[in-house]
Design a protein around this ligand. Structure first.
Ligand code: ADP
Ligand code: MG
Length: 696
């Protein structure tokens, strides 16, 4: 394999490729669109499309697709070939600016929550020039936004881009007040750390639950789990390493900055983290990374599980969203600066985030709510469903001093007079000790840790960007009118700390006492998707999101419905899969084993004088289990029928939470008991032990 630096980005129509292949005038015009959002003229679009096609065809591409992120949670693509008949009966490869800019997939089967009446079912896709086109297989993929004809967003990219715009607008107002006149743009950056499991493909193929739902719906505890913590950062097995190397190569070719890899806490669990980049690109890259992780696994005889909780009793998989705000001049606004003025600016941005997270806890919580993630949040491996911010002792002490107008007991004892004193640099080793916080300040960025491994990072970032834009907008409103800036900014920071300090918690987030304390503080604790999602339509949330033009009211309404629909459908599929496995695989297996026990017992009786006590005991236990299992399966079946005849998405979601999920647990408990005593040779499902320790 050639040198990484040579093939890195070779499958991306990136800035280097553009500069090489576009006429300099076209290149500059395209950059005005990329950097400043200016409208692209059709002649420039034609020139870009022609160059893009030529590049792609040279790399072996035959098709192109508008690649988008509908609300199903995965990416979508419809391939069109470049071929165009020529008069001599052959074909030429063609691609126009119009085809680059706009697509019209027959999108009537994507979820729209009623936004797209059937007569205008053909939503359209629109090129996002801020994310580079790339080649996957033989297809040129063009990152696009997906909207209805009435311009309602039907995807995750559109609101994310709008939220980045909103944040830019408000942050620029604040920066101007500090005299940063050279800054033209503020962008948020994200580095998502992605966890996943690898299991042997042949075992996966024998589990309908993994195939249909991505998680095991049955499975007794193995003799060894993760209790020894011997997997975390352990030596990576050769087969897994070969997978990781192959994966890195694929990602690097696509210009994705895969950087670190290591084993995680659970057996068979691993993590990949890229170097951070602009939120929009990071989102596209993360979607692509998840897809390629699964594809590369196939080649290695493995299956990559991205479900949040594939195994009961074993840590689930999350995703950490490392987020920061920076300027186009290269300044990270979440880093304390060198001068007192920069420090005030840092503190103002910091308290803007604190205020945003406190006021919109519910939006952040619901942005990561899925049926899968509900199994994780609040179990003692992931942050609780309660949102709080960890600042670390040093920064907490600074805020304390500001709030109480007392001396700051830092490295040197000093009075923190804003605008005069220089803040200490917060090194990450003093800020990153707490791994139990859902939202932690880690030196120069915030790390949101509630995401499930399969969540799109678009969802939480659109909420975070919007909420911070709202704080900054309010700050700018106050400060733009001020005629004593230094004094007023100080008061503003102090008052914001006073008002929102309840969201700051530096203790152990996994502790039960924290939940009680959080309740005393009035923090919200939305335990499930059914609890969280309806808050999307709370008046304060609608007001904030619409005023920053991130969503329209109709879009929010439809999104809430789609998200709850996804939740209900997913759990319903799980229930149906359980019923299927219970009736067709597990109960028959238990019967087979019972048959053997019965025949052994009767043989022993026939011979006489040999005790059949063992068989009789097992027969008693298993008969009892089969009666219960059959009964529990039947109850579950009735509940799926009840769900099918329940009207209204809220009522359905509540039924799922209150009845379906508990019933699934009840059925599982009996089946897992059976697994623990039935002959391994007749048990039809590969065990937890085999799945978790099977990759060698
Ligand atoms: P860990 O959290 O595993 O100890 P790091 O904190 O070094 O590791 O990095 C985790 C992720 O945070 C990486 O994806 C990294 O690129 C990203 N990251 C680092 N700095 C920033 C930043 N300023 N803004 C956004 N993401 C960042
Ligand atoms: Mg981290």
């Amino acid at each position: 394999m050639a040198n990484v630096a040579e093939y890195f980005g070779s499958m991306v129509f990136d800035d280097k490729a553009m500069r090489e292949r576009l006429d300099s005038k076209v290149y500059q015009e395209l950059h005005r669109t990329i950097d400043d959002g200016e409208q692209l003229s059709i002649s420039v679009a034609d020139a870009v499309a022609a160059a893009m096609k030529e590049w792609a065809v040279e790399k072996g591409a035959t098709h192109y697709t508008h690649w988008f992120q509908p609300l199903t949670g995965i990416t979508a693509e419809k391939h069109d070939s470049f071929i165009c008949p020529s008069p001599d009966g052959r074909v030429i490869m063609e691609f126009s600016g119009k085809e680059l800019i706009k697509g019209e997939p027959d999108a009537s089967s994507f979820p729209s929550g009623g936004l797209r009446a059937t007569f205008e079912a053909r939503g359209y896709t629109a090129w996002d020039p801020t994310s580079f086109a790339f080649i996957k297989g033989k297809t040129l993929c063009i990152p696009t936004a997906f909207c209805s004809y009435g311009s309602d967003a039907l995807d995750k990219k559109t609101p994310l881009l709008r939220s980045m715009q909103a944040l830019n607008l408000q942050a620029m107002r604040v920066l101007r007040l500090f005299g940063n006149n050279d800054v033209k743009k503020v962008v948020t950056s994200v580095g998502p750390e992605q966890e996943y499991f690898l299991v042997p493909k042949e075992l996966y193929a024998r589990r309908k639950d993994l195939i249909y739902t991505g998680r095991t719906l049955f499975g007794a505890r193995p003799p060894k789990g993760q209790e020894l913590d011997d997997h975390y950062f352990g030596t990576i097995k050769p087969r897994v390493l070969a997978y990781m190397e192959d994966l890195n190569d694929e990602l690097w070719k696509l210009g994705i900055l895969a950087k670190t890899q290591h084993n995680e806490v659970a057996p068979a669990q691993h993590e990949l983290a890229p170097i951070y980049t602009t939120t929009n690109v990071a989102t596209d890259n993360n979607q692509l990374t998840m897809e390629i992780m699964q594809k590369v696994a196939e080649r290695h005889g493995l299956v990559c599980l991205l479900h949040e909780k594939p195994f009961k009793g074993v840590n689930g998989s999350g995703k950490h969203n490392n987020w920061s705000i920076g300027t186009d001049t290269g300044v990270n606004l979440l880093t304390p600066g060198e001068t007192p003025y920069e420090n005030v600016q840092f503190l103002l941005f910091l308290v803007a985030v604190i205020k945003a997270v406190d006021e919109y806890q519910d939006l952040l919580r619901l942005s990561v709510a899925t049926a899968g993630n509900d199994h994780r949040l609040g179990a003692n491996e992931a942050p609780p469903a309660v949102i709080s911010i960890f600042l670390g002792d040093e920064l907490a002490a600074v805020l304390d001093a500001i709030e109480n107008e007392t001396e700051y007991e830092g490295a040197k004892k000093r009075y923190m007079k804003l605008g005069v004193d220089v803040l200490p640099q917060f090194r990450r080793d003093t800020t990153d000790r707490n791994r139990t916080s859902p939202f932690a300040f880690t030196g120069n960025k915030f790390e949101f840790r509630m995401l499930g491994s399969s969540n799109s990072i678009a969802c939480c970032n659109m909420m975070l960007n919007s909420a911070v834009a709202e704080s900054l907008g309010q700050f700018a409103d106050i400060l733009e009118k001020s005629d004593d800036f230094e004094n007023d900014v100080h008061t503003l920071i102090r008052d914001t700390i006073r008002e929102h300090k309840r969201i700051v918690f530096n203790g152990n987030g996994y502790d039960d006492s924290w939940l009680k304390e959080a309740e005393r503080r009035g923090l919200s604790n939305l335990r499930t998707t059914a609890d969280a999602m309806p808050h999307l339509l709370d008046e304060k949330n609608v007001l904030m999101l619409t005023s920053h033009k991130v969503f329209t009211k109709a879009e929010l309404q439809s999104r809430m419905e789609i998200m709850l629909e996804n939740y209900v459908k997913q759990v319903n599929i799980e229930a149906l899969t359980m019923i299927d496995i219970s009736y067709k695989q597990l109960l028959p297996a238990i019967e087979t084993y019972l048959e053997k026990l019965l025949s052994n017992a009767s043989m022993k009786q026939r011979i006489g004088g040999i005790s059949a006590a063992y068989e009789e005991k097992q027969i008693g236990k298993l008969t009892d289990i089969t009666v219960h299992m059959d009964d529990q399966t039947e109850r579950l079946e009735k509940l799926t029928e009840k769900l099918a005849s329940t009207d209204g998405i809220i009522a359905q979601a509540n039924l799922v939470r209150d009845e379906l999920l508990p019933q699934m647990d009840a059925l599982r408990a009996y089946a897992d008991d059976a697994e623990a005593i039935v002959d391994a040779k007749v048990w039809p499902l590969p065990t937890y032990g085999e799945l978790l320790f099977g990759v060698r």
